[in-house]
Design a protein around this ligand. Sequence first.
Ligand code: MAN
Length: 349
Amino acid sequence: MSTLASRFDTNPILRPSEVKPSRPDMKIECLLNPGAFRYQNRIGLLLRVAERPVQEDGWVSVPIVDPTSEGGLRIFRCRADDPKLDFSDARVFTYDGKQYLTTLSHLRLAWSTDGRHFVADDKPTLTGQNALQSFGLEDSRVAFIDGRYYLTYTEVSEAGVGVGMTSTADWMQFHHHGMIIPPHNKDCALFEERIDGHYYALHRPSGVGLGGNFIWTARSPDLLHWGDHRCIARTRRNAWDSGRVGAGASPIKTSAGWLAIYHGADDKPRYSLGLLLLDLKDPTKVIARSTKPIMEPEAAYELTGFFGNVVFTNGHVIDGDTVTVYYGASDEVICGATLSIQTLLATLA
Ligand code: MAN
């Protein structure tokens, strides 16, 4: 195993069976990709919890947010041998030419006093509520800016995949800002301080035809309105990040520049992590980029699971030189690893 990342010996730190489903008729299939933050001497994770009804033999069923149905959910159900069904990816399927997700995700808090043992809340924290969220909320980043936590996450629906934002000061009262970046876009990580008076974000539009799944920067006067978009990192042919790239959590401020941990997938797809070093005064300038991954699927729980060969992060906490990365492994369980910021920077020299 590569030596840059020290995986917790207690990994996985949270599994689907350790969290309570949002309703008795639902089963949690996967815990994925948590946002991470500190609050009042505790470390919080904002988990992505992916559920579906307990599957019956010969049938496929998925929940869809629908405020007009009882309990706010309707169940899409079809026979598994229906010729209109294409079920080749564990995460998505098409039925009669229309795309669906196999699970519905919500966001849920889990808390820890030592950063290693987490207990998840019994109830969801944020769930899909409207037509732009009918296929759920996913992969929240948590940024702490001017005394408030800003949550940027993926809102999924038939209308596409876009970036939603919610803010909170106390993790009890939440203010919803709506969709701040329209489809197709995800992986939005906010910088935690202003640069030359502007807020900055990394984000990931998806090109159709021309372009691809590349990392972009944008800036904003108010965190709501984004402009001056620039493409700063593309996929690289025949490399570990040839298929898609996307930002992780908020870039880490170092004396050498903003250190951004990002995910890259190859064409299989196999998801690994790498680094971008961005200019402190102008984060649209890339100073350096990893040639090799800093972390790739190697442990058993990263190789097999709901969707195997995945290490994916959008949450970390910093303590001096140590970054503790929380990550989703195989789209099924939550894990942690520590890395040294100076050692990471040395890999870019
Ligand atoms: C991709 C994967 C899925 C996710 C959808 C929608 O297919 O990342 O896990 O549910 O996009 O965001």
